[in-house]
Design a protein around this ligand. Sequence first.
Ligand code: 13P
Length: 286
Amino acid sequence: MSLVTLKELLPKAKQNHYAVGQFNINSFQWVEAILRAAERQQSPVILASTDRIVDYLGGVNVIAATTKKMIEEMNITVPVVLHLDHGFTVERCTAAIDAGYSSVMYDGSSLPLPENIQRTREVVAYAKAHHVSVEAEIGSVGGTEDGVTSGIQYADPNECYQLVAATRVDALAAALGSVHGPYQGEPNLAFDLMKEISDNLMDVPFALHGGSGIPDYQIIKAIRYGHAKINVNTECNQAWAQTIRTLLTEKPDLYSPPDILGPGMAAIEQVVTRKIQLFGSAHKAG
Ligand code: 13P
C-alpha cells in the first residue's frame, strides 16, 4: 500500500473517538518493529523522523526510500503515514516532501505568532500542491528531545484559533502540559484548556506530543477531548535500552548483533502493540 496522509486518518479517528499512534524512527529496526506491530494489530500507523535526527538516519531521501521499500518487502497492508516530526525550517519540510514523505510538521512554536503563521502557510501551500498533510505547533512542549531541553509553555486558545483559521493545517499540536522524555512525577495536562480549545475547533484533530509516561486514564481523556494523534518515542527507546542492558549484563560474552538487537526490536514491538490497543486504533485499518 502506498503512503497515506494525516487527512485520510485523523478526522475519521477523531469522529470515532480513537487516536492513531505516531512512533519515532531511531534506526530502521524501529521501522521494522513498528510496522510489524501495526500489521499484527491491523492498525493505521504514523512513522516519524524528527528533524534533529534526520541527518543521523542518512537524510530524508534515505529515510523515505528505505521506509517505502520496507513497507513493500514486509507486505504491509495497513495505512502508513511517513511524517517529518518537528521540522524546524520551511526548507527541511519541502525537502521531506520532495523526498516522498506524506506528511510534515512545521514547528514554528518558538517564533512570534505572525511569523509562525507566515511560515506554516508557506509549508501548507507547498504541501497541498504535493498532496501532503501538515501539522503545526502552538505553545511549547517541555522536556528533553534528542538532547535538547525546553520548558513548558501552555498554548493560548486564541492563538490556536488564529493559526488554524489562517493556515488550515490538518493537525494541531497545542502544548498543554505534556513533555518530551520522562516526566518528573504525575503529568499535569491542562484538561480545562484542552476542552475549551477542542470545543471551539471541533473539526481539527489534535496531536499530543510527549505521549510516553502519561497514565492510561489521562490518555483516554485526551482522546475524548479531541486528540487523534499521539506521539510516542521515549517509551520505545527505554524498552529497547533496558532489554539490551539486561541481556548484556546477564550474558557479558554476547557479541553477535542479531542476538543483541533482535530482542531490542521485540521490546519496541511490544510497546507499540500496547499503545495501539490503548489508543483504540486496533482493527481500524480498513
Ligand atoms: P516522548 O518521547 O515523550 O514519547 O514524545 C514523543 C514526541 O512527542 C515526538 O514528537
